[in-house]
Design a protein around this ligand. Sequence first.
Ligand SMILES: *[C@@H]1O[C@H](CO)[C@@H](O)[C@H](O)[C@H]1NC(C)=O
Ligand SMILES: *[C@@H]1O[C@H](CO)[C@@H](O)[C@H](O)[C@H]1NC(C)=O
Ligand SMILES: *[C@@H]1O[C@H](CO)[C@@H](O)[C@H](O)[C@H]1NC(C)=O
Ligand SMILES: *[C@@H]1O[C@H](CO)[C@@H](O)[C@H](O)[C@H]1NC(C)=O
Ligand SMILES: *[C@@H]1O[C@H](CO)[C@@H](O)[C@H](O)[C@H]1NC(C)=O
Length: 354
Amino acid sequence: MKFATLSLALATVSAGLAAPSQGPGGKYYGKAKGLNDLARRAGLLYFGTAVDNPSLNNSKYLSIAYDTSEFGQATPANGQKWMYIEPQRNVFNYTMGDAIIKPAKNNGQMRRCHTFLWHSQLPDWLTSKNYTKTELISILENHIKNEATYYKNDCYAWDVVNEAFNEDGTYRNTLWLWTIGPEYLEYAFKFARKYTSRQTKLYYNDYNVERVNNKSIAIAKMVRDFQRKGVPIDGVGFQAHFKTGSTPSYEEQVASMKQFTKLGLEVAITELDVRTLLPDSAEKQAQQAKDYANTVKACKDTDDCVGVTVWDFWDPVSWVPDVFPGEGVACLWSANYTKKPAYYAVADVLGEDD
Ligand SMILES: *[C@@H]1O[C@H](CO)[C@@H](O)[C@H](O)[C@H]1NC(C)=O
Ligand SMILES: *[C@@H]1O[C@H](CO)[C@@H](O)[C@H](O)[C@H]1NC(C)=O
Ligand SMILES: *[C@@H]1O[C@H](CO)[C@@H](O)[C@H](O)[C@H]1NC(C)=O
Ligand SMILES: *[C@@H]1O[C@H](CO)[C@@H](O)[C@H](O)[C@H]1NC(C)=O
Ligand SMILES: *[C@@H]1O[C@H](CO)[C@@H](O)[C@H](O)[C@H]1NC(C)=O
């Protein structure tokens, strides 16, 4: 009897009788308690977050990061970058990667591993001289071999190559390009396939690709080229580092993702954050909420978009203030751990078909 009354009450609320949007909490979305619960109900594999090593001393932060109702997947923000993993040539150090991968694994969260090859955050031994082409290919193979073997069954996906293209669709001029040539991308993906477990999804990951533009078109061309040549690739990651009020539209984001899903790849939103020109205001928070929700909805509505990862969820540990002076408050949780309108907007979009 009690239960019947309760479910009647819930039915009344979910019929939308001027109920304010409250997000998770068992109130309007059945048993969903957080964003990952809602994402799973909406058919995604996960709602995830990046976690950075300096955050690991903060128990309040960790209680949210490892709350599987909020986050079903964790990505090391920095801990698996080359400078930390192979700080000296052929000397591997998995301490920082493990600090994020191991607790997530023990906790039943998926892991996106990030990243084998990038032009940034490389160790000095790699950047302070030019190697021959043959030597650099063998350095790349050795790096991927060791790290992929170490994290053999730990990663749902690997970002194999990060940010290899310029905005105009040409290859970014990096030591990889000038020493090996554009085929360094093929080497990286072949080595990744050779040394990761068979089920690991191999991703190319980049920013400013959330519209059909010269950069995303060039990446789609690379994918078709890989497919013709039999070079393995499973997915494309859309970083989605956005600015409040100037994000690509829902339609633009769907159209860009479809460039890849129609080639048989999966896609994912891999580094979502929406930064605001300070000072913040209620109006800016409302716009930020729309912007977050748009991107999450674009993924939810695109077949083969498997999940959304935010590039951390708590403002004090966001990368934004360091890199974009005068901007900030890019995350879903405020410094005082209150959930922003953006959090509830994301919950509403994920729960809208419930
Ligand atoms: C964690 O360490 C950072 C520096 O890495 C420090 O700024 C912060 O206050 C520490 N947080 C806690 C909760 O101890
Ligand atoms: C490995 O990295 C950790 C974290 O940066 C560091 O504390 C440790 O000293 C390193 N280990 C070795 C053997 O260099
Ligand atoms: C390596 O070669 C590139 C391209 O020729 C050049 O720009 C760069 O300065 C060289 N780096 C070093 C450390 O010599
Ligand atoms: C690609 O770049 C060219 C030259 O800058 C520009 O004219 C064109 O509009 C761009 N194409 C797209 C789809 O953005
Ligand atoms: C937490 O911070 C936000 C954003 O600065 C503010 O709007 C809110 O009032 C604060 N909440 C509490 C309980 O202090």
